[in-house]
Design a protein around this ligand. Structure first.
Ligand code: ADP
Length: 450
C-alpha cells in the first residue's frame, strides 16, 4: 500500500527534486511550491502540480506558513514534506499542519520543540547518560554567570545559541578578557538569526572531529541506527564534505556511539529519521552536541553504505508504518564520500557566485551519483543558499572512493559561474586528508585563503 496518495513539497532545489524522485517510486503524487525566483526551474515539471507562492525572499514564500498551508488546502494533499532548512524544524508549522489535519513528514511537534532547543536536548542527554560536552546547565542569562561557569569548566569555551543552526550564534572565548565580547556577539547574532538570544556555554573541544549517527524510529517504539557520517571538513562550522565510515571510528566505537544515539532517540520518544551529532576528541571520547530532527543534506552518504532509501522510509514512517528494518538488517558496505558543490568562489573567500550556467557536463560511471537540480541554461538565484548539488561516490575502500571522486570532479564541468569543484581537488589530494587525518580545523590549518 502506498503511504500517501498526494503530498506537498515545501522546499526547493535539489532536495525538492530528491523528494519528487522518492514519491514517484512510491507512486505518490507531488505538488511542489515555488517562489518567483524559481519559476522556470526544470525540476518543477517533474511534479504533478506546481504552485507559485510569492516573491523571491524566503519570508514571503518558502517561510510563509499561511501561503504553504493555503497551497496544501487548495491542492488537497494529505501530507507536507518540508525538506531541510526553511520550515523543517519549526514546531509552530508542524502544529498548524496537525490542526489542519495535514500530516507533517517529520517528527512530532513535541520532538521538534524539545530537541530544537540545544540546552534542553543537552539536559535530556545528561539524564539518559549520553556523554555531553562539559558545560552550563541550561541557559546563561548574564555575563557574570557566564564568567563563573567558564572559570569552572576552564577556557577555552564556546558560547552557543540554544536555537542555533548553520554555524550561527556561536563564539569562542579563549580567556576571561574575550568572554564578554564573545557572549555579546553570540547573543546578538542569535537574536538576529533566530529571534531568540538565549545562549549556553560548552567547553571548546580542541581539534575535534564531527561524527554523527543517523537514526530511524517508528511510532511504536522501535529505533535503529544506521552508522556514522564523518563531517569534519567544515568551513566556519558549516559542513562541506561528508564520508562514511569515519576513518576515526572502529567497530567498538561505532557500537558505543550508535547505542548512545538509540538510547537518546528512545528517551525523546522520537519518530522519524534524525541525526545525533557528536564531537569526537583526539583521544576517542565522544560528546553529544545536538540532534537534528529533519532529513539532512548529507543523507545520501548513509543511503549508499546501507542501501536503505532514507527518504522513502521517512515518508513511510510519517504515514504510520512500522520500521521495515531491524538493527541486524543494517550492514555498512564500502566507503562513501560526498562533496557539496556550491556556487561559490573558493579563490575569493568562498564568495557567492550566482548567475547563468552556460555549459554543464555531469559525471557518471560505477559508484557515482549526482543529486542536483541544475543544468546548462539554469540561472542560480542569489536569494537562496548556494548548493548546486551533491557529488557522491561509493566504492569498496576509502582509497578507491577518493580516486573515483577525483575522476568525477574532473568530469563535472559547470561553466558561467564559480564553483567549489577546484577546492575539493585540493582537499582530496592533500597528504593529511588521504591519511584520514582531519579535524574541524583542517581548512583553516592547511588550506590558505579559506
Ligand atoms: P549548528 O547547529 O549551528 O550546526 P552545532 O552545535 O551542530 O551547530 O556545531 C557545529 C560545529 O561547530 C561543529 O561541527 C563543530 O565544528 C563546532 N562546534 C560546536 N560545538 C563545539 C565545541 N563545544 N567545541 C568545539 N567545536 C564545536
Amino acid at each position: 500500500m502506498k503511504p500517501f496518495s498526494r503530498i506537498l513539497i515545501a522546499n526547493r532545489g535539489e532536495i525538492a527534486l530528491r523528494i519528487i524522485r522518492a514519491c514517484r517510486e512510491l507512486d505518490i503524487e507531488t505538488v511542489v511550491v515555488y517562489s518567483e525566483a524559481d519559476r522556470g526551474a526544470a525540476y518543477l515539471d517533474l511534479a504533478d502540480e506546481k504552485i507559485c507562492i510569492g516573491p523571491a525572499p524566503s519570508e514571503n514564500s518558502y517561510l510563509d506558513i499561511s501561503k504553504i498551508i493555503a497551497a496544501a488546502e487548495i491542492s488537497d494533499v494529505e501530507a507536507i514534506h518540508p525538506g531541510y532548512g526553511f520550515l523543517s524544524e519549526n514546531p509552530q508549522f508542524a502544529e498548524i499542519c496537525q490542526s489542519c489535519r495535514i500530516q507533517f513528514i517529520g517528527p512530532t511537534v513535541e520532538n521538534i520543540r524539545q530537541l530544537g532547543n540545544k540546552a534542553a536536548a543537552r539536559e535530556l542527554a545528561l539524564k539518559v547518560g549520553v556523554p555531553v560536552v562539559p558545560g552550563s546547565e541550561g541557559v546563561i542569562s548574564d555575563e557574570e554567570l557566564a564568567k563563573a561557569v567558564a572559570r569552572e569548566i576552564g577556557y577555552p569555551v564556546m558560547i552557543k545559541a540554544v536555537a542555533g543552526g548553520g554555524g550561527r550564534g556561536m563564539r569562542v572565548a579563549t580567556d576571561e578578557s574575550t568572554l564578554s565580547g564573545a557572549f555579546q556577539a553570540a547573543r546578538s547574532e542569535a537574536e538576529i538569526a533566530f529571534k531568540n538570544s538565549d545562549v549556553y556555554i560548552e567547553k571548546y573541544i580542541e581539534k575535534p572531529r564531527h561524527v554523527e549517527i543517523q537514526v530511524m524510529a517508528d511510532s511504536y517504539g522501535s529505533v535503529i541506527q544506521l552508522g556514522e557520517r564523518d563531517c569534519s571538513l567544515q568551513r566556519r562550522h558549516q559542513k562541506l564534505m561528508e564520508e562514511s565510515p569515519s576513518p576515526a571510528v572502529d567497530d567498538d566505537l561505532r557500537l558505543r556511539m550508535g547505542t548512545s544515539a538509540k538510547e537518546l532517540t528512545l528517551a525523546a520518544g522520537y519518530r522519524g529519521v534524525g541525526t545525533i551529532e557528536y564531537l569526537l576528541d583526539p583521544d576517542g571520547n565522544y560528546y553529544f552536541i545536538e540532534m537534528n530532527t529533519r532529513i539532512q543534506v548529507e543523507h545520501p552518504v548513509t543511503e549508499m553504505v546501507t542501501g536503505i532509501d532514507l527518504l522513502q522510509e521517512q515518508i513511510r514512517i510519517a504515514a504510520g508504518s512500522p520500521l521495515r528494518y531491524r538493527q541486524e538488517d543494517v550492514r555498512i558496505q564500502g566507503h562513501c564520500i560526498e562533496c557539496r558543490i556550491n556556487a561559490e568562489n573558493p579563490a575569493n573567500g568562498f564568495s557567492p557566485s550566482p548567475g547563468l550556467i552556460t555549459q554543464m557536463r555531469v559525471p557518471g560511471g560505477m559508484g557515482v551519483r549526482f543529486d542536483s537540480h541544475v543544468y546548462a541554461g539554469y540561472t542560480v538565484p542569489s536569494t537562496y543558499d548556494s548548493l548546486l548539488g551533491k557529488l557522491i561516490v561509493h566504492r569498496e575502500t576509502r582509497e578507491e572512493a577518493i580516486r573515483t571522486m577525483l575522476g568525477a570532479l574532473d568530469e563535472l564541468v559547470i561553466e558561467g559561474i564559480h564553483t567549489t569543484i577546484p577546492f575539493y581537488r585540493e582537499v582530496l589530494n592533500h597528504f593529511h586528508f588521504v591519511k584520514g587525518n582531519l579535524d574541524t580545523g583542517f581548512i583553516e590549518e592547511y588550506l590558505i585563503d579559506a
